[in-house]
Design a protein around this ligand. Structure first.
Ligand SMILES: NC(=O)c1ccc[n+]([C@@H]2O[C@H](COP(=O)([O-])OP(=O)(O)OC[C@H]3O[C@@H](n4cnc5c(N)ncnc54)[C@H](O)[C@@H]3O)[C@@H](O)[C@H]2O)c1
Length: 441
């Protein structure tokens, strides 16, 4: 069945809570690419190809030529932050991109000024900005965000808007009563329930405004029954959580390979140093806990000790993040992996990834925004599990285990696009090539 996908006519607004390192890197990147100054490397929507039909057909269009996505010239960026810096100043502070590149797009970046944020210091202790909304209740704050979205859409002449959360990681909280139903959640908004985090208020405002919401941080945010129900009821796509970059990207590339060859893993010690504002926020134990939970789930799911206790039953997995200002956004990670092979003989793998956090995250933000808009136009609602490819802790339907293996995630994403466009799904069976050969002998 081919989906009835509405055209990507008119402008797409991409609104971002948190105009920090990641957000400014994606915005500056898109502006630079539009001017022909650079290339969208790492973006599947822009530079990735998709195979269609049999291998003999040789059809490998670019994804952006295969599915109707918004073009980069049809995007308007905006956002919120607790600091007043415009996107140019914030990008300069983040020190991810070269000042010469930023100078070339200065007017475009300076024009994007953060709207006042919904912020609660109880959720992020290490920040103290003043560009913050004040209101009597959390419901009033949600209404103010809805107004921001409506005004932005009108002022920028957008036909659609999507939101991608790129704000700081909030402190760790667990799902409670107020998160269970739409009614309880709305009651909580009116009563200023302490368990409703700022990110949840943004997500609620997005859904009520018919705006898809993707969560790039590990906070619960839309991963609560109340907001999942609301997204289904209002027919809006949601996705999360926590962009898969750096060390976890490596983990979900390497671990499936070890598991595929039935090699055992006894220990995996992951250590990181980073010095950006994200690192500062994660220096607080409550905020680190949120990240740790998200990072830890990956290996357990891929290696699955339950079905393979001999190989993975004794796995010791530890993740450490250390704030180290001299490195700025250039995160360095070390992984020590203790594996064993034939007859239990031990081996070790060491990975030392000198990555650039925001350089890896920026294309994810762009792809998510474009795919979430596509999903909305294709009338897909609720959790978009096919976008797991981009997340450390993919959101799934209740009771469904997340798929972390990046290769399976890619197959799922590509098959979803083929399915949307009425193309044959690809199973990679491939026996038919040989049966035809045999038959023709
Ligand atoms: N860079 C990566 O590789 C990566 C990977 C996975 C997840 N993430 C997550 O993405 C988020 C952004 O990372 P970053 O490096 O850009 O961090 P950053 O600290 O540079 O930017 C975050 C911005 O959010 C703002 N902010 C905080 N709370 C806010 C609120 N309630 N409303 C509006 N703005 C708010 C902060 O003032 C800051 O400017 C973090 O949560 C991080 O954990 C990043």
């Amino acid at each position: 069945m081919e989906y009835q996908i509405k055209n990507a006519e008119g402008k797409l607004g991409i609104l971002i809570p948190g105009l920090g390192a990641v957000a400014t890197t994606v915005i500056a990147g898109v502006e630079a690419i539009k001017k022909g100054l650079s290339q969208p490397v790492g973006s599947l929507t822009q530079m990735g190809n998709i195979r269609l039909g049999k291998r003999t057909e040789n059809r490998y269009p670019l994804i952006k030529d295969f599915v109707p996505l918004a073009g980069l010239n049809e995007i308007a960026f905006g956002g919120w932050d607790v600091y007043e810096d415009n996107v140019y100043q914030s990008a300069m502070n983040a020190k991810v991109l070269e000042p010469t590149l930023l100078m070339a797009i200065k007017p475009e970046l300076e024009a994007i000024k953060p709207m006042k944020a919904v912020f609660d210091r109880d959720y992020v202790k290490n920040l103290d900005g003043t560009n913050i909304k004040q209101a009597a209740t959390k419901m009033d704050l949600a209404n103010a965000l809805m107004e921001d979205i409506a005004n932005f859409k009108k002022e920028n002449n957008c036909t659609r808007v999507v939101i991608v959360w790129c704000a700081s990681t909030e402190k760790y909280i667990e799902e409670g009563a107020v998160h269970q139903t739409i009614e309880a959640f709305e009651e909580g908004l009116r009563n200023n329930d302490v368990n409703i985090a700022p990110s949840m208020i943004y997500a609620y405002a997005a859904l009520k405004s018919d705006v898809p919401f993707a969560n790039g941080a590990p906070n619960l945010t839309v991963d609560i029954p109340a907001l999942v129900s609301l997204s289904k009821e209002l027919n809006v796509p949601i996705a999360g959580k926590d962009f898969k970059t750096g060390q976890t990207l490596m983990k979900t590339i390497v671990a499936p390979g070890l598991q595929a060859r039935a090699l055992g893993v006894r220990g995996w010690f992951s250590s990181n140093i980073l010095g950006n504002r994200d690192g500062l926020v994660l220096d607080d134990p409550d905020n680190f806990k949120t990240k740790e939970v998200s990072k830890l789930s990956v290996l357990e799911e891929i290696l699955n000790a339950d079905i393979n206790p001999e190989l993975y039953g004794d796995l010791y997995h530890k993740v450490r993040i250390n704030y180290y200002p001299p490195h700025g956004d250039n995160k360095e990670s070390w992984d020590n992996i203790d594996i064993f092979g034939w007859l239990g003989y031990q081996m070790q793998i060491k990975i030392n990834f000198l990555c650039r956090d925001s350089i890896l995250a920026a294309p994810i933000v762009l792809d998510l925004a474009l795919f979430m808009d596509l999903a909305h136009r294709a009338n897909m609602s609720g959790i978009q599990e096919w976008l797991s490819f981009y997340f450390k802790a993919p959101q799934t339907a209740e009771g469904l285990k997340a798929e972390h293996d990046i290769f399976k995630q890619l197959i799922k994403l590509q098959n979803t696009l083929r399915h949307m466009m009425g193309e044959d799904l690809i199973t990679h069976l491939g026996l038919d090539y040989y049966q035809e050969l045999v038959e023709s002998l």
